[in-house]
Ligand binder design. Structure first.
Ligand code: FAD
Length: 433
């Protein structure tokens, strides 16, 4: 039977793009099917009125992330160094003493915990925090980090999952070291360049049928066939794709154990930078949990902040409406930046909470406390169907770097199988019309 390609990659986020490129490099033919009209997934861009391309989603990276930095250098994309100096300044609304994060021993206690420790099994982050000897301020700061980064309430996230994910983030320098002058989406675009007609945009996949020696993938208007399919979408979106025959129970269970969070990202663009350096190293607020702001000025005249609202706070504020969020963020930033700061020229909000194709947070999160093997089960897949996404990466899960690593590892496993079967071929592939 003549198949359309060796491998169909579903999703053109960084996982799918990295996988597709790695497969092509190994002589494997691919077709990439992407639901949106653009590549990049949780990395998206928009233009501000000064004609600059900015990040709506994933943005920051650092020298400790080797794969993404190598791609940035190869694509000759200019980086901008941030003014982050190791810690966000807490904006106080009370008289209590602020604890610098490096003095907050809860972070070190979390890092030294063993995710396989039976004593931790069944504990949520909130349970673990309750049991810790620490000041209220230290616990508040820890909780704010959980809400800001994991974008879900601490009550629903197993503590072992937090520890396990944190261990795989091995950056010694801040992950907020750089952003790309032309947006992270420019890097995704450059990765898609080589794919040519193998990439089909605005092509959501609705179902996958597994046959003995091939797979049939169904989109809105056609069926595409290949030896294998790599589902390079986050777990919560992956489980929406109908599988024929149904997935084996353990795998279906593994997919069911994840939840998407809530995050809103807002850009405030200013005519010039007038604020002191201390403010540029990031801000958090002590009266709310999961609210952060970072200086993303490119230079003195392309000045700006991004504000992140994560977890329960994002849900609470979006329930009050966009006008409330805009007004609140505007007032809080004005209070911090001081009377000499000009009014923002633009304030642009991206609410990822109900994002149709990628879910609501930086990443999907395991919420089933028993789902210790969920990632391994997804990576193994079933038959000719395997799964990959940033969430499943052995290094930097939930980051762009993790997506690249996860995509390449999945591609290497698939290419090995195809070579072993003697079935790989290297024709340029175009989607059948
Ligand atoms: C607001 C925000 C800020 C972030 N900040 C950072 C940061 O500063 N630094 C960092 O490293 N990371 C950051 N991240 C995380 C980072 O963006 C992600 O970890 C990474 O982009 C995930 O890549 P992925 O390919 O695994 O998934 P995705 O990017 O979600 O890609 C999956 C792709 O699959 C497509 N898709 C889904 N379902 C289907 C279907 N049925 N058929 C066809 N296609 C489908 C989607 O449209 C999408 O393009 C941030 C994320 C967000 C949302």
């Amino acid at each position: 039977m003549r198949l359309d390609a060796d491998v169909i990659v579903v999703g053109a986020g960084f996982t799918g793009l990295a996988a597709a490129r790695a497969l092509v490099d190994r002589g494997v033919s691919v077709i990439v099917l992407e639901a949106r009209a653009e590549v990049g997934g949780r990395v998206r861009s928009f233009m501000t009125s000064d004609g600059v391309r900015r990040d709506a989603g994933g943005q920051f990276l650092c020298d400790d992330m080797p794969e993404v930095m190598a791609l940035v250098r190869a694509a000759r994309i200019e980086t901008v160094e941030t003014r982050w100096r190791g810690a966000a300044k807490t904006v106080s609304t009370t008289a209590s003493r602020r604890v610098p994060q490096h003095e907050n021993t809860l972070f070190a206690r979390m890092s030294s915990a063993d995710p396989a420790d039976p004593a931790l099994s069944g504990l949520s982050i909130a349970d673990w925090l309750d049991a810790q000897e620490a000041t209220d301020e230290a616990k508040r700061q820890f909780l704010s980090m959980v809400h800001g980064l994991w974008c879900l309430p601490a009550e629903v996230i197993p503590f072992w999952y937090l520890v396990d994910s944190d261990r795989r983030n091995t950056a010694e320098i801040s992950e907020l070291q750089y952003f790309l002058k032309d947006s992270a989406a420019a890097l995704a675009d450059s990765m898609a360049d080589d794919l040519g007609p193998s990439l089909s945009l605005a092509t959501p996949v609705s179902s996958i049928r597994r046959e003995a020696d091939h797979v049939v993938v169904t989109t809105d208007d056609r069926e595409v066939t290949a030896r294998h399919v790599l589902v390079a979408v986050p777990p919560v979106r992956a489980r929406e794709i109908v599988q024929h025959p149904p997935l084996p129970a353990p795998l279906a269970h593994a997919l069911g154990g994840w939840r998407s969070g809530a995050v809103i990202k807002i850009l405030l663009r200013y005519p010039r930078r007038t604020w002191p350096p201390a403010v540029s190293s990031g801000l958090s607020w002590d009266d709310v949990s999961g609210l952060y702001a970072f200086d993303v000025s490119q230079d003195e005249t392309h000045a700006g902040f991004v504000v992140f609202i994560g977890g329960p706070l994002a849900l609470d504020w979006r329930a009050r409406g966009e006008a409330f969020i805009v007004q609140t963020v505007r007032e809080r930033m004005a209070a911090v930046l001081g009377p000499q700061a000009p009014e923002p020229l633009e304030l642009i909000l991206h609410d990822w909470t109900d994002d149709r194709w990628s879910g609501g947070g930086y990443s999907d999160v395991i919420v089933d406390p028993e789902a210790h093997d969920a990632e391994a089960l997804l990576q193994a897949g079933v038959g000719r169907v395997t799964f990959a996404s940033s969430e499943l990466s052995p290094s930097f899960p939930t980051y762009i770097e993790g997506a690249i690593v996860a995509g390449r590892l999945a591609a290497a496993r698939l290419a090995d199988r195809l070579v072993a079967d003697g079935t790989a071929h290297n024709d340029a592939m175009a989607l059948p019309r």
